[in-house]
Write a protein that binds this ligand. Structure first.
Ligand code: UDP
Length: 502
């Protein structure tokens, strides 16, 4: 357990900024990027709190001589019915994700003790930046008079729709959203943002059939109420990229101040990377010719989907890099059995023809997306993947699987014009001919559709790049937002038991 003795102030006369990320790669990666930016741009001591295993992984991704501190919070997975050493969602099957999220609340007494010891030593932290999944921390922040902000690792548009959908539960008998019982494609305006419409088919099974006591509904309601009590929300996005989403989030004044401070995409090497020669392989292919396929840090697909994907990718004739894990129902940590789980002889054929590389478990995603040979990303539309792809000017073939991913896919296709949705939900029926067709459309850089998507993706990459640029007196929107965030925390900090007035 960290104590105030361990929590040194690494910068003279500085106050602590405590970062509390959720234990998943999609949350730890942007948090580390945030820590680095705050460390470079502010005089404060930046400390990331997490479980021992995640701290160990983060440590290996820190630059040498950094002043960022890492501090361990004790966590015993077996106390929560989880397998030993489950400290990150990447080692968990889907049915254990919910208990794992709930288990993270066991940090609360430890955080409380830490804040108590820091405050009694006269070292009240300047602020707590807490993952939305750890938003219970708002209670401790309130108790000790510390400025609290949620760090939403999603995008603005996807989050705004997600919050709206889950706020207006239960949907089972909700006439606002059940405009047409039988027409899956009929659009309805969102209760909170009528200018944005959604199709019933874009709602996952849960919000459509959920009862009040559904465990996910209970969890989201709880999170939403914590988040509402926070002083604000920072998002890993770019203001100019998501004007509509940012407008939605600010429209109800429900989430306090809202700041877009992305792109937070600096890639650490968080997992033991299985030796791949992706980059060497990419070097042998022409610009924008390769499709990269990955479904994030914790998803896999089922056996029949894997077979059809394999056939479809091969039939497309396009070169590809496919991050692949054992199919649903098998142990994710098992060796990959290509002879059982992929079309017969596929791995040998694609290797012999230099058509494809299978990366078992984990790929250097940013390096692949940033390589000039990569022409499209077939993705589950997790927000980090979306932002990473757009930062590199790479269009996206969407297969959103759950959470707010369908809304991210909607943003890409309908609002930004840089995506085509190939399938939806983890149980989607995948057909090889459809995979080959969609890959063909997006990879055809000279066709109207493919060419337009590429052009727009390049423009968006420039917009994203500009957000963190500071040159000749001009500051990008995210730099200004970070400064405003710190200024807001400073002007709200409690001195001698009372809040300073502005
Ligand atoms: N990632 C990676 N290599 C992989 C799979 C994922 O580097 O083989 C990284 C990816 O670059 C991104 C994160 O893991 O930063 C996944 O986050 P995302 O929000 O896309 O999806 P999630 O894993 O949260 O569903």
């Amino acid at each position: 357990m960290a104590s105030e003795q361990e929590l040194r102030k690494t910068k003279a006369n500085s106050e602590h900024v405590l970062l509390l990320p959720f234990m998943a790669q999609g949350h730890l990666i942007p948090t580390l990027a945030l820590a680095k930016i705050l460390d470079q741009r502010t005089p404060h001591t930046i400390t990331i709190l997490n479980t021992p295993l995640n701290i160990q992984r983060l440590r290996s991704s820190l630059p040498p001589n950094t002043t960022i501190q890492l501090s361990k919070l004790p966590f015993n997975p077996t106390d929560h019915g989880l397998p030993p050493s489950s400290e990150n969602t990447d080692s968990l099957p889907p049915h254990l994700i919910l208990p794992f999220i709930r288990a993270s609340e066991s940090f609360q007494p430890h955080l409380h003790r830490l804040l108590s010891s820091l405050c009694s030593a006269g070292c009240r932290p300047l602020c707590i930046i807490s993952d939305e999944f750890m938003s219970w921390s708002v209670d401790s922040a309130r108790e000790f008079g510390i400025f609290h902000s949620v760090f939403n690792t999603g995008g603005a548009y996807g989050s705004a729709i997600f919050f709206s959908v889950w706020t207006h539960l239960p949907y089972k008998n909700n006439t606002t959203i059940h405009t047409a019982q039988d027409d899956e494609d009929e659009e309805f305006p969102l209760p909170d943002f009528p200018e944005t419409t959604l199709r019933r088919s874009q709602l996952s099974e849960s919000p459509r059939s959920v009862e009040e006591d559904d465990p996910w509904a209970v969890l989201f309601r709880k999170h939403l109420s914590f988040i509402e009590r926070s002083d604000g929300m920072i998002l890993n996005t770019v203001e100019e990229l998501e004007t509509k989403g940012m407008r939605h989030l600010r429209s109800k004044n429900r989430w306090g101040r809202v700041w877009a401070i992305g792109p937070l995409i600096r890639p650490p090497s968080p997992l033991p990377i299985v030796e791949t020669n992706c980059i060497e392989w990419l070097n042998q292919h022409p610009p924008a010719s390769v499709v990269y396929i990955s479904f994030g840090s914790q998803n896999t697909i089922n056996l029949s989907q894997m077979m059809e994907m394999g056939k479809g990718l091969e039939a497309s004739g396009k070169p590809f890099i496919w991050v692949i894990r054992p199919p649903t129902g098998f142990d994710l940590n098992d060796e990959f059995r290509a002879e059982e789980w992929l079309p017969e002889g596929l791995e040998e054929r694609i290797a012999a023809r230099k058509q494809g590389v299978l990366v078992k478990k984990w790929a250097p995603q940013m390096e692949i997306l940033g390589h000039e040979s990569t022409g499209a990303f077939l993705s589950h539309c997790g927000w980090n993947s979306v932002l990473e792809s757009l930062s590199c000017g790479v269009p996206i073939i969407g297969w959103p699987m759950g959470a707010e991913q369908p809304f991210n896919s909607k943003l890409l296709e309908e609002e930004l014009g840089v995506g085509v949705e190939m399938a939806r939900w983890s149980k989607a029926e995948i057909r090889a001919d459809e995979v080959a067709r969609v890959v063909g459309v997006v990879m055809d850089g000279v066709s109207e559709k493919g060419g337009e998507m590429r052009r727009k993706a390049k423009q968006i990459a420039e917009v994203i790049r500009g957000a963190l640029v500071e040159e000749e007196g001009r500051k990008g929107s995210s730099i200004r937002a970070i400064e405003d965030f710190i200024q807001t925390a400073l002007s709200n900090r409690r001195i001698d038991g009372c809040f300073k007035t502005h």
